[in-house]
Design a protein around this ligand. Sequence first.
Ligand SMILES: [Zn+2]
Length: 89
Amino acid sequence: MRDFKKLIKLRCVFCHSNDFALPWEGYVPPPGSFVVCANCGKENDITSMLITVKAAGISIAKDHAKELVKDFTNKLKKTFKNSKFITFK
Ligand SMILES: [Zn+2]
């Protein structure tokens, strides 16, 4: 899920920058908190930003799920490649 989190980027509502001054790398701010924009220094409300990315997030999640299924199928194929009992079309 690490890569997945990277895909949904929050945007500063004031200057549309993707950079935020986070306490540590990979920090995920809890809903209702504020993060400071690293570009303009203004505080962004996490809840309203999450609402903004929600639509994008849903389509990303769908694509991500598809990728996971594909990956899993490939792994299965590899695992059972030499099996007489399980074949893939
Ligand atoms: Zn900003």
